[in-house]
Design a protein around this ligand. Sequence first.
Ligand code: FES
Length: 168
Amino acid sequence: MCQACVKAKIESTLQSIFSQYPPTDDYLIMILNDVQEHFGYIPVYAQELIARHLHVSMAHVYGVITFYSRFSLKPKGKYIISVCMGTACFVKGSKTLMDGLCQKLNIKPGQTTPDGLFSIDEVRCVGACGLAPVFMVNDEVYGKADATMVSTTIDAIRAKEKESAHAE
Ligand code: FES
């Protein structure tokens, strides 16, 4: 998509998000949530538009984005694999899980695979300590996990993606 088309798309999306909230700083987080959900990250141009719309500085918008881990400045993969590094999971081996995942995808936490399919995230307790160690694929929780389960899950996703690519 051309640069101007990308900007136009961001503008029209932001206009429709802005129309849902009063234009004050109190609604910054809600607006950022919607933008994150729509694009999978917060594009720089969206940050500019938000700052202008709410009459706040870009530094303020940037500060809020970087404060909350749910906001991302870079596009994330279609599948976000989050490994819980909370205490219960850590004690039960989530470090080994994470190492296996990084090795399998050849990326580090916070990075995305070059094909845009997977990102790796670290999360703190997701409230499923009884199933420790836990990892998630987007919103789906996998408990009592080990490196083999992570590897099998990734293989299954890749196979599914390949299949749907062939079907198109
Ligand atoms: S510490 Fe991992 S789910 Fe609670």
